[in-house]
Design a binder for this molecule. Structure first.
Ligand code: CP
Ligand code: NVA
Length: 298
């Protein structure tokens, strides 16, 4: 594996290898025998805001012996219109790897092609692979395995996080139900391409019935701020609350990629009652990304 560009591009075995390496990274934090990024400098090039992803990559790269270089896409010539392929060809001659958060998936793929250095997708409009790998690890950690899993995603079913969930369900064979209003459902061609055990419905109660994981994400993803009022009106009600949790399997995990907007996609009470899982998920971003960094071929 040279790059980590999407869940779609991963095989089942590659995903499981990342989860196994994550467990080892978590267990040996602070006393790693190997420092695979020694003498390496990695760019963290972001065109969107970030707390978890930025901090976990900066810390993770350092813990593996490397140096992170944070670049805001707007502060470099990319923000003034220099093409991504030229940016990649310059960076590829100086740096050892790149972690990129941006809008178009095509930009991350083009960077990987022209840069020739290991490239990691740290969120695009299409996918958030590092998040979903950390989520899968968190579920496996708490549940013991991913066998016969039933996940219910509630909210904007057409943004990066549910799209990566779709590919995860397709690759690993678990059941995914997405509850979203008609305009916020994943496109039919994506579902057909993934062809997993995936159901999409506007009926939240039906989707959550017996689910072992209830998962949500913001109603207004980064880049969609101008649609905020419309989205809140359309997605209002697609919330993880007591009523929804009551139909899930007893003891179901409640998960959120964060940041959370209490009173919108999740109630304050539910978030606080499940804070251990949700902030455990955030912590696992660090361990998962260190696993990814260590596995990419250099
Ligand atoms: N979940 C996640 O990616 O958080 P950040 O936007 O803070 O990085
Ligand atoms: N769907 C959200 C995820 C944030 C981590 C966004 O793109 O803003």
């Amino acid at each position: 594996m040279k790059h980590l560009l999407s869940i779609e591009s991963l095989s089942r075995d590659e995903m499981l290898a990342i989860l196994d390496a994550t467990a080892a990274m978590k267990q040996t934090r602070g006393r790693h025998a190997a420092h695979p990024l020694r003498h390496q400098c990695w760019a963290i090039m972001f065109a969107k805001s970030s707390t978890r992803t930025r901090v976990s990559f900066e810390v993770g790269i350092r813990e593996l012996g490397g140096d992170p270089m944070f670049l805001s896409a707007n502060d470099i010539q990319l923000g003034r219109g220099e093409p991504i392929k030229d940016t990649a060809r310059v960076m590829g001659r100086m740096l050892h790897g790149a972690v990129i958060r941006t809008f178009a998936q095509q930009d991350v793929e083009e960077f990987a092609r022209f840069g020739g250095i290991p490239t990691i997708n740290a969120l695009t409009d299409e996918e958030h692979p590092c998040q979903i790998l950390a989520d899968l690890f968190t579920i496996r950690e708490r549940r013991g395995s991913l066998d016969d899993l039933k996940v219910c995603f509630v909210g904007d079913g057409d943004c990066n996080v549910p799209r990566s969930w779709i590919w995860a369900a397709a690759r690993l064979g678990f059941e995914l139900r997405i509850a979203a209003p008609p305009h916020y459902q994943p496109p039919a061609d994506l579902l057909a391409r993934a062809s997993g055990r995936i159901a999409v419905t506007p009926d939240m109660q039906e989707a959550a019935d017996g689910a072992e994981v209830l998962y949500t994400d913001v109603w207004v993803s980064m880049g969609k701020e101008e649609e905020a009022a419309y989205r809140v009106a359309q997605l209002g009600g697609y919330q993880i609350n007591d009523k929804l949790l009551a139909v899930a399997k007893p003891g179901a995990l409640v998960m959120h990629c964060l940041p959370a907007y209490r009173g919108k996609e999740i109630t304050d009470d539910i978030l606080e009652a499940h804070a251990e899982t949700i902030f455990g998920q955030a912590e696992n971003r660090l361990h998962t990304q260190k696993a990814i960094l260590s596995l990419l071929e250099r």
